[in-house]
Write a protein that binds this ligand. Structure first.
Ligand code: MTE
Ligand code: MO
Length: 441
């Protein structure tokens, strides 16, 4: 493009901006809801402020629960760098900790959807603000809002797809949701820093101080300082209080049909939106199944008489048949399964061989090391895990062979599966065939 053509374009753009917004949503009078205003936006914003803090903290905890620094096997974000600054060895107590924090994370995320949508609706005129960019600092502000709205949308959408569609992107979900969270929280902190004061003032002042009235014939439409109040409001079809009730009722309805999946037991029947709604059957093995044996390609031969458990470490190796494993000293532990997807079971009564006793089989008696667990399952991202030393050490950590008084069903990991207190469900590997103590990848 030549210089004169560029100049011409610039001139045309200038006169366009000077002549005011084009007809349509860029004109303040296009937006007519009398509900919009600083108060309504601030109420939704403050609810989201508290909600996002809880989502972020429980999300960070879930990341730590995967023990990514214990082994590359557990780490799907090896390039996280400083973002892993806070990681700590995930404890085994309280045994219901992950169940609580992940249930909270997923349930709250779902419950906040109506609030997020209402908040976006309440500020939509600003999306079309005219001129689109006024100055460098205005451009920066708009960019941060793009990251804020885009980041929130991204985190909610990836989270919901994951819990509803059951890992449509295994592996990559984890990475996307993790980095997305940091982008979002950065923009969120900037936003809160600039808006918190105004929001608190708007809430304290109340909606009645806002000027919501139709213009007289000779008045020029202007907007309030925040650009939210409609200059030519239509007659209300619902009160502001009614709108809050509507959003609240939406959240309450989502809560009612979601929380049962985290509480488990009979409450699971109320979890209409839960993806794992199918009846897992009755009896001792009648509790939630993540992936059935058939769905991950476990063949009868893999877990039949030819199955062996190999225990390795410290230069030693022992191979056990099913009968030999089942004959080892057994212990009980009452522990839930708590999936990253937010569903969990009530405590199940597990019976099996302590991981610490299996470590002793290959000579680790005083100081138990970490262990790499491998499943007979071929492929998939859940067929192996490295459990940290503190997890092996806990007397409640078992290679379980029975649950609730019956032998494990094939879907729950027969002939042997891991169960560790406070660990995310995915670390409770099913159909275990090899344990390697003290020399994991
Ligand atoms: N080998 C193997 N183990 C596995 C899985 C798997 O897909 N393959 N799923 C994990 C996940 S994500 C969860 S939540 C628990 C669920 O255990 P359950 O199906 O017995 O309830 O098993 C874990 N163990
Ligand atoms: Mo899971």
């Amino acid at each position: 493009m030549s210089v004169s053509a560029l100049r011409g374009l610039r001139g045309r753009l200038r006169s366009k901006v000077a002549s005011g917004p084009p007809p349509g949503p860029a004109r303040p009078e296009f937006w007519r809801s009398p509900l919009r205003g600083p108060w309504l936006t601030a109420v939704f914003g403050l609810v989201l402020l508290f909600g996002v803090i809880i989502l972020f903290v429980s999300g960070l905890l879930s990341y730590a629960a995967y023990n990514p620094d214990v082994s590359p096997v557990n780490d799907q974000t090896p390039n996280k760098g400083l973002l892993g600054f806070y990681l700590f060895t995930w404890p085994t107590s309280p045994y219901w900790g992950y169940r609580l924090s992940q249930g909270l994370h997923v349930t709250l995320g779902i419950v906040l959807i109506p609030v997020l949508l209402a908040k976006l609706w309440s500020v939509i005129p600003k999306l079309f603000g005219w001129p689109p960019v006024r100055s460098a600092s205005h451009a920066l502000e708009r960019l941060s809002l793009l990251l804020l709205v885009g980041g929130a949308g991204f985190e909610f959408v990836t989270g919901i797809l994951n819990v509803q569609l059951h890992y449509i992107f295994p592996g990559s979900f984890y990475v996307l949701h993790f980095y997305g969270a940091w982008v979002f929280i950065g923009a969120f902190i900037v936003h809160v820093t600039f808006r918190l004061r105004r929001a608190v003032i708007a809430v304290v002042t109340g909606p009645h101080a806002e000027q919501h009235r139709p213009l007289t014939a000779d008045e020029v439409p202007t907007t309030d300082a925040m650009g939210l109040i409609a200059p030519q409001p239509a007659a209300p079809t619902i009160s502001r209080r009614g709108a809050l009730w509507m959003v609240g009722a939406g959240s309450a309805a989502l809560l009612a049909v979601t929380m049962g999946q985290s509480i488990g037991g009979w409450m699971r029947k109320t979890a209409l939106l839960a993806p794992h709604g199918q009846n897992p059957g009755n009896g001792p093995n009648g509790f939630q199944i993540n992936k059935t044996a058939a769905s991950v390609g476990i063949r009868a031969g893999d877990i039949g008489p030819a199955w062996r458990l190999t225990v390795r470490g410290g230069g030693r190796q022992t191979v056990l048949t099913r009968d030999a494993l089942y004959a080892l000293p057994r212990h009980e532990a009452a522990l839930p399964i708590a999936c990253v997807e937010g569903w969990s079971t009530t405590d199940q009564q597990w019976n099996g061989v302590r991981l610490a006793d299996l470590a002793a089989l290959v000579g680790f008696t005083d100081d138990v090391p970490a262990v790499q667990v491998e499943s007979v399952q071929r492929g998939g991202s859940f067929n192996r895990v490295v459990l940290a030393a503190n997890q092996v050490h806990d007397p409640r950590s078992l290679l379980a062979v029975e649950v609730n008084g019956a032998v494990l069903s094939p879907d729950h990991g027969y002939p042997a599966r891991i169960i560790v207190p406070n660990a995310p469900g995915v670390h409770n590997t099913k159909w275990v065939t090899r344990l390697t103590f003290g020399e994991q990848a």
